[in-house]
Design a protein around this ligand. Structure first.
Ligand SMILES: [Zn+2]
Length: 187
């Protein structure tokens, strides 16, 4: 089985099914039956920036379902999609404490809006289309939901006064959980 053939098969199949939810069996068939069709599909997403959603990204999808949401970016943008190296990714995750910078959820949490495990992405603060660059100061971690702009939360960090007011209103159990978290963070 030719490796290049399986990826090209997936490419053409997805392009012919933009906006339609497809099953993993269909993708595998498009990949000439290649068992690594999942990895090839992820490569299209991670290396070429194809907007391919799975059940991890959208509550409308079940495991084994894939959706190419819209036409993929033109090839000339591919080098931008690739530009965030694994090292830079790790630096952003580390600096942001593996926490979504908009809603504060972490990969251990269940996102209340999707009831799915939180998955983190690297997003641009100033969008690339507005001249934002692939560098540490312009990158931040976002969960899938915030990355899709689905949560209506302001970008601003909460002020100290607002934060304290929320903590004072919270119940004793929430305050104790916060206390434990702060203790573990600041030792
Ligand atoms: Zn979030």
């Amino acid at each position: 089985m030719r490796r290049i053939g399986s990826k090209e098969g997936i490419r053409q199949f997805l392009l012919a099914n933009v906006g339609r939810i497809v099953q993993s069996a269909e993708l595998q068939a498009a990949a000439n039956g290649a068992s690594e069709f999942g990895s090839r599909t992820r490569e299209l997403r991670d290396e070429e920036g194809w907007p391919i959603l799975t059940h991890n990204d959208s509550a409308e999808l079940r495991p084994g379902e894939y959706l190419l949401k819209e036409l993929p970016p033109p090839k000339k943008d591919v080098k931008f999609a690739r530009a965030i190296s694994a090292k830079l990714r790790a630096e952003v995750l580390d600096r942001n404490g593996f926490t979504c910078q908009m809603c504060g959820l972490t990969p251990g949490d269940i996102d209340p809006s999707t009831e799915r495990k939180v998955r983190l992405h690297i997003g641009h603060i100033v969008d690339k289309s507005l001249g934002g660059r692939d560098e540490l100061s312009n990158l931040r971690t976002l969960c899938s939901t915030c990355n899709q702009g689905a949560k209506n939360i302001t970008n601003e960090k909460p002020s100290g006064i607002w934060l304290l007011s929320q903590v004072r209103r919270a119940g004793r159990d929430e305050q104790l959980a916060l206390y434990d978290w702060l203790k573990s963070k600041f030792g």
